[in-house]
Design a protein around this ligand. Structure first.
Ligand code: URA
Length: 434
């Protein structure tokens, strides 16, 4: 087989068969196909697309290009969740204990953050002592004993995607639905869970800006999962403003704990319940959606989910006892309040801008390998549709670097829009795709 022929075939809008896709993926992961041919092929896919069968074959070939988690020693049906990335999205920290407390095992592999979206692993690592590197045996043992564990993705998980994504990133070929769908699903398939719940974010702070394209992406991912023999549900959710009231690692951990205590913001609680309920159905714990929601509510209201969270944190070396009223998460040395400069309703709170402000404060990485300040971030007192008066505190910014605080304050104020009219409510859950 010849790479150039396959590039030309795709460039001319023809379908690639499974052997051809396997050949390309092999060459991408072992490095035998040079960058310029990989990028030419990615550009051909960008313009010509891929059909459902090609997209699935690509996802599967990439999933098996490196380590594949073997969760056969876990008792029960394991379920996983994935978010396409948003600002202030700390649902994983709430959903894992909800699902595990209801009896469904969660063996979670997560990544670190890059750019304006945070990574679940960074959030967990902001808990002093928390270990994200476990051996496979320790991981499986913990899932069997505690029903929940979260680890950092292995270095050799989907090497083909790692290289292809890096090339796409610098060749203008990221925004292709079959390439995004196969990239995300290759990692989910390699992570080994039977059931997968996908949260596809749409809006200013998300990868997908338009509802229509988010729905197309969700459908493509559900098809891949189903074709690979997994059970998949996708929800499309709003990401025009950040989720919850905090953005930044330890601030988000605290908010997740508050939510598990029943004292969190409504949007975070609602979305966590929706995702957890889908996971209970896929995990075979609940026969239908209504039962699943009741089950999730029960473990939340009884404090069992909070207890499960603590159990998981302790099992992985985290040194926090949330039962003690004086437990402490590390706090930033400096903080400053941001005040409204006019009266009115919050008619817009740009999630992308809030995410970039948090990054500016030190909460995120500009480049792979950058250090982050776990305590840095933003806490929003006012969000979409809230009424404010001029001079009222709308948010607080936190950092260990005083120099970053002032610039962040004015940037955050610019993320807010005010109007004299009450804006129309926006639903958090836009669509569910099964
Ligand atoms: N996230 C991924 O993992 N892959 C993509 O292609 C885009 C977003």
């Amino acid at each position: 087989m010849n790479v150039q022929d396959l590039i030309i075939k795709k460039r001319n809008g023809l379908e690639l068969n499974r052997e051809e896709i396997d050949f390309l993926v092999h060459g991408i992961s072992d490095g035998s196909i040079p960058d310029y041919q990989v990028s030419a092929w990615a550009m051909a896919v960008y313009f010509q697309g891929m059909n459902e069968r090609e997209t699935r074959d690509l996802a599967l070939a990439m999933a098996y290009s490196g380590d594949v988690a073997d969760l056969s020693a876990v008792s029960g049906i394991t379920v996983d969740k994935h978010s396409t990335g948003g600002v202030g999205d700390k649902t994983t920290m709430v959903v894992i204990p909800l699902v595990a407390a209801a009896g469904v095992p969660v063996a979670k592999m997560s990544g670190r953050g890059l750019g304006h979206t945070g990574g679940t692993i960074d959030k967990f690592e902001s808990i002093p002592g928390f270990q994200v590197e476990l051996s496979h045996r320790q991981f499986v043992e913990q899932v069997n004993q505690v029903k929940a564990a979260v680890i950092s993705q292995s270095g050799n998980l989907v090497p083909a995607d790692k290289r292809l994504y890096a090339i796409r990133d610098v060749t203008g070929t990221v925004e292709s639905i079959p390439l995004i769908a196969s990239s995300i699903m290759s990692k989910k398939l390699a992570s080994g869970s039977h059931g997968i719940v996908l949260d596809v974010k749409v809006g200013e702070g998300a990868f997908m800006k338009e509802q229509e394209e988010a729905i197309r992406l969700a459908r493509a991912m559900v098809e891949i999962g189903r074709g690979a023999g997994r059970q998949v549900v996708a929800v499309i959710t709003d990401m025009n403003q950040p989720l919850g009231q905090t953005v930044g690692n330890s601030l988000e951990v605290q908010e997740a704990i508050d939510t598990l205590r029943g004292e969190g913001p409504a949007d975070l609680e609602d979305l966590s319940i929706i995702l957890a309920a889908h996971m209970l159905v896929l995990g075979g714990r609940s026969s239908d959606w209504d039962n699943a929601v009741t089950e999730v509510r029960k473990v939340l209201d009884s404090g069992q989910a909070l207890k499960k969270f603590m159990q998981m944190i302790t099992a992985q070396g985290g040194m926090l006892d949330f039962n003690q009223p004086d437990y402490e998460l590390p706090m930033a040395e400096f903080e400053a309040e941001v005040r409204a400069d006019k009266d009115g309703y919050v008619s817009g709170l740009n999630a992308l801008e809030v995410g970039k402000t948090a990054m500016l404060l030190g909460a995120g990485r500009e480049r792979l390998g950058d250090n982050i300040d776990y305590t840095a971030g933003v806490k929003m007192a006012k969000k979409y549709a809230d009424y404010v008066t001029a001079g009222e505190v709308i948010a607080t910014v936190y950092s260990n670097d005083k120099a970053r605080i002032d610039a962040a304050g004015s940037r955050l104020l610019n993320a807010y829009q005010f109007s004299n009219h009450r804006p129309t409510p926006r639903p958090l859950l836009i669509e569910t795709i099964k």
